[in-house]
Ligand binder design. Structure first.
Ligand SMILES: *Cc1c(COP(=O)(O)O)cnc(C)c1O
Length: 380
């Protein structure tokens, strides 16, 4: 097939939505049955699909966003005004914003270099310190960043030892596994996102994963305005309008038919980048530690220097290619200035030198070659 010049240099996005072609059928079903509402067969079907995929007695509630799911997770754990919550500093702001929605205080914990996720040693130090001053933290929010599982064994041990529940933010990690068990099944409560650039998307959406049906029911209640039983619209606590639309859940059902394919394609992207760039001493890759299987939502690399990272970011931008610095740590944000933070320098360094390469499941070999050739050309 001959492509025209424009196509050859067309925009390459960081992580574009990738439809299977089955989505429209589920949406049509919603229209035919007139369930144009935040309830209906697509929502129930999407939740079942996710529960079957995750196994391990996962109970799933489909919501309007991952952010809403984290908010509800905090409420379900009774986190409220004045409580302290331990948060991985290296993440997207949506992991932490809900902590302030409930009036609690984030305390930031730095990362370990091998997974880029929460450092268990620092976490334990923070807990000990806070207990000493009579402020035992109420929850731990840990991330599977870019699809890479965090050190589940150690974080779990600490959670059990100190009796502090874990919220597992798996927004970027549907399909990842830790010793062959799916990410999103480890937290006391776990969270998924189906935002436009995630591994599967409903254009906007999220899910909360609980370990039992009772908590799921409670989440559903809170997500639908906390209306008491009966016909009289009686309310005795604050509720939210967080339920996913039945139309969007139709997109989710279609996306679930290709989730495993998308994981394989994203892992192929990683392998392509690794094989063509790994010999360069200036570039290192975020690799899988023992027991970790990453969905490779985004392929992440570290450049030797910040200048190199910025140069490559600019070079790609000039060539109509979207790449990104890795997340700016929360303890560096104006928004969270002055909050307690346990820092070892890892997140700061990853932010300076880290680069997320285009990683969508619809990238072609031509796209990937265009990207790697540009990076190689920078190093001459
Ligand atoms: C995308 C994302 C979220 C939020 O999900 P939304 O569905 O966009 O609200 C939370 N945490 C992380 C790490 C994310 O990447």
């Amino acid at each position: 097939m001959v492509k025209n010049a424009e196509n050859l240099n067309s925009r390459i996005w960081l992580s574009a939505p990738h439809m299977s072609g089955n989505e429209q059928e589920f949406i049509n079903e919603a229209f035919k049955s007139n369930w144009i509402a935040p309830m209906g067969s697509n929502i129930n079907g999407f939740e079942e699909d996710l529960e079957n995929y995750l196994e391990h007695d996962a109970h799933v509630v489909a919501l309007t966003s991952g952010t809403a799911a984290i908010h509800l997770a905090l409420i379900l754990l009774n986190i409220s005004k004045g409580d302290d919550v331990l948060c991985q500093t290296k993440t997207f702001v949506a992991s932490v914003n809900p902590v302030t929605y409930v009036g609690a205080n984030p305390i930031f914990i730095d990362s370990e270099p091998n997974t880029w996720n929460m450092c268990p040693d620092l976490l334990e130090k923070a807990i000990e310190d806070r207990i000493t001053i009579g402020r035992k933290p109420k929850a731990i929010i840990v991330i599977n960043l870019y699809g890479m599982p965090y050190n589940v064994n150690r974080i779990q041990q600490i959670s059990v030892k100190y009796q502090i529940p874990v919220i597992e933010d798996s927004a970027e990690a549907l399909g990842s596994r830790y010793y062959d068990r799916p990410s999103g099944t480890f937290g006391d409560i776990s969270v998924l996102s189906f935002n436009g650039n995630k591994i599967i998307t409903t254009s906007g959406g999220g899910a909360l994963i609980t370990k039992d049906e009772k908590t799921k029911k409670r989440a559903l209640f809170l997500a639908t305005q906390a209306k008491n039983e009966g016909v009289s619209y009686s309310h005795s606590e604050t509720g939210y309008n967080y339920r996913m639309s039945n139309i969007l859940a139709g997109i989710g059902r279609g996306q679930m038919t290709v989730l495993n394919e998308h994981i394989a394609l994203r892992r192929r992207n990683y392998d392509f980048y690794y094989n063509s760039l790994n010999k360069n001493d200036n570039i290192s890759f975020l690799q899988e530690s023992e027991g970790c299987f990453s969905n490779r939502w985004l392929t992440c690399v570290l450049l030797k220097t910040e200048t190199m990272r910025d140069d490559i970011l600019n070079l790609l931008a000039k060539n109509n290619i979207e790449a990104r610095p890795s997340w700016k740590p929360m303890h560096q944000q104006e928004l969270f200035k002055g909050l307690p933070a346990y820092i070892n320098g890892t997140a700061d360094d990853l932010y300076k030198r880290g680069l997320c390469l285009p990683s969508g499941s619809s990238l072609t070999t031509h796209d990937l070659t265009r990207i790697t050739e540009l990076i190689k050309s920078y190093f001459g």
